[in-house]
Every structure is written in structure tokens, then in C-alpha cells.
Design a protein around this ligand. Structure first.
Ligand SMILES: [Cu+2]
Length: 291
């Protein structure tokens, strides 16, 4: 794992903390070594031809160029290696990430609702059911637009900026946005995905190490983009239960204050697009692969 640590340091990446991250690190590492070999190889060849075909030694141009097969072989090898990388590693890894979601019962499902300039999280609370959401309920005190009349939403947990998840359990984050395109990126988990108004985009990862990790917006989304950061805290199962209990108590005490038709946030420029999330079945047991 030493060479992976080296490449992470070279690229300014935090150490991997998710179950699939090492595969991404391996591809990154291989691509960098491969590019380094190509760079050295072609540079050496360039310097060689500069010297070998200098004017003094070769006063007249040769219009036929290289006649041997070496150049074709070299180029074919490069194409072959790139094809193997793409078809053998990159595409299968990508397909696994987007098609093979963990079973709903096993995973923790969380809605991530992005806005200028923060990430809101919506969790189902002790009853395990997500409350209905509608854009008409969105207000400063109800950032994800929970319907106050839906009993399933009474115990729902809504947080802004900080999310806690338990270690060693798959997390499915369903990304959406209230205004412009954002990108939910957790570098240490080697995972990221665009949050697009009107779309629900699920991503998943399994955290392997407890700790506090940085979440950033990886899509230039406005003047405050630089400050669109958050925190992902990976807890032991006990700590996570304690956090959940604490948040559920807070949620039970303070209901969303807004009513239908409450004024929306000024930055909410595309209300019709943000209205999509509530059309999805809000069941944590559903496989997001179907979304
Ligand atoms: Cu953003």
C-alpha cells in the first residue's frame, strides 16, 4: 500500500476510508505510472530524432520516413493498454458503482438536498419512513420541504452541514438540488455525484474507518461555492445510535414551522424542478437502482 500512499500524497488526496476506494486509487496509480512511462519514452524518442536527423548529418529530407514496423507496433501497444484500462478496469468499476447497489435493508438511505451554499440531510427517524416532501413547504426553517401534515415526517431528522453515518455499513445518498447544479464530493470516501435540480441521483459507499471527513461541493455553483463545505462523521454503531437519538429528540420537539404556500427562499429559482423528490417512493427499503 506504500505506492498508493505515495500517489495519494502526490495528488493531494486524503487517505482512502471506503471499501471500494482502493480500486480507484489503483487505477489512478496505474494511469500515472503509465503516463510517466509514455512521457519519458516519447521525450527520449524526440531528443533522439533531433540529434539523429540534424541538418549536418542529414542535409536532404527523406520523404518516405520510417519504413520499419516499430512505430506501428509501439502505437498499437499504447492503444491496447489504454483499451484494457478502459474496458477491463474503468468501465467494470463504474458499472459496479452505478448498477450494483447494496440491498435496501442493509444500507442506510439518506436524502442529500443541496442548495446555495450548503448540503441538507434528510433521514427517516425512528419509524424508518421518510415524510413527504414538497417544494411548496420549503422555507428557511424547513430546508428540505417536509410536509407538516404527514405523520411519517414527524420524527424525520433534518440536518444541515453535518451528517453522521455508522462505520462498516453501506450508505446510499440520494442527491438532489433545490437551485443549481452542485456536486456532492467526499474525497476520503472516493465518491462524488452531481446534485441536479429535478433529478434524484443515488451514490453509495461503505465507510471503513471512523473519523471526521470533509464534504465539498465539486461543481462551481455561485459566489459562495468556495465555502460550500460540510462534514461527514463516521461513528461506531453506538455513537451513531446516540447521535440518531439526540437528533430524533430535537426533531420531535421542533416541527417544521412552515405551512403550504410559505415564502420560498430567494435563491430557489427553479421550484418546479425541485418538486421532483417527493414523487419518489420514500421507502428506505427500496433499491435506488430503480430510481
Ligand atoms: Cu455547490
Amino acid at each position: 500500500m506504500n505506492s498508493l500512499a505515495l500517489i495519494n500524497e502526490f495528488l493531494g488526496q486524503p487517505p482512502n476510508a471506503s471499501s471500494h476506494g482502493y480500486q480507484i486509487d489503483h487505477i489512478l496509480e496505474f494511469c500515472h505510472w503509465f503516463m510517466a512511462a509514455l512521457f519519458i519514452g516519447w521525450s527520449t524518442f524526440f531528443i533522439f530524432v533531433l540529434i539523429r536527423f540534424r541538418k549536418r548529418r542529414q542535409p536532404t529530407a527523406d520523404y518516405h520516413g520510417v519504413t520499419g514496423p516499430i512505430s506501428t507496433h509501439l502505437e498499437f501497444s499504447v492503444v491496447l493498454i489504454e483499451a484494457v484500462l478502459l474496458l477491463g478496469f474503468a468501465i467494470p468499476l463504474w458499472a459496479k458503482r452505478v448498477n450494483q447497489f447494496p440491498p435496501g435493508k442493509e444500507a442506510l438511505l439518506v436524502h442529500v438536498v443541496a442548495q446555495q451554499f450548503s448540503f441538507n440531510y434528510h433521514l427517516p427517524g425512528p419509524d424508518g419512513k421518510f415524510g413527504r416532501r414538497d417544494v411548496s413547504f420549503v422555507s428557511n426553517s424547513n430546508p428540505v420541504g417536509l410536509d407538516p401534515s404527514d405523520p411519517a415526517g414527524k420524527d424525520d431528522i433534518v440536518t444541515t452541514g453535518e451528517l453522521h453515518v455508522p462505520v462498516n455499513r453501506p450508505v446510499i445518498a440520494e442527491l438532489s438540488s433545490k437551485d443549481v447544479i452542485h456536486d456532492y464530493f467526499v474525497p476520503a470516501m472516493r465518491i462524488g455525484g452531481d446534485a441536479i435540480p429535478g433529478s434524484l441521483i443515488p451514490i453509495w459507499f461503505t465507510p471503513l474507518k471512523t473519523g471526521t471527513y470533509e464534504v465539498i461541493c465539486a461543481q462551481l455553483c455561485g459566489l459562495g461555492h468556495y465555502g460550500m463545505k460540510g462534514t461527514l462523521v463516521v461513528d461506531t454503531p453506538q455513537d451513531y445510535e446516540a447521535w440518531l437519538k439526540e437528533r430524533a429528540e430535537l426533531a420531535g420537539g421542533a416541527q417544521p414551522a412552515s405551512s403550504p404556500g410559505a415564502p420560498q427562499q430567494p435563491q430557489n429559482k427553479l421550484p418546479q424542478a425541485a418538486g421532483k423528490p417527493e414523487q419518489q417512493p420514500a421507502q428506505p427499503a427500496q433499491s435506488p437502482g430503480q430510481l
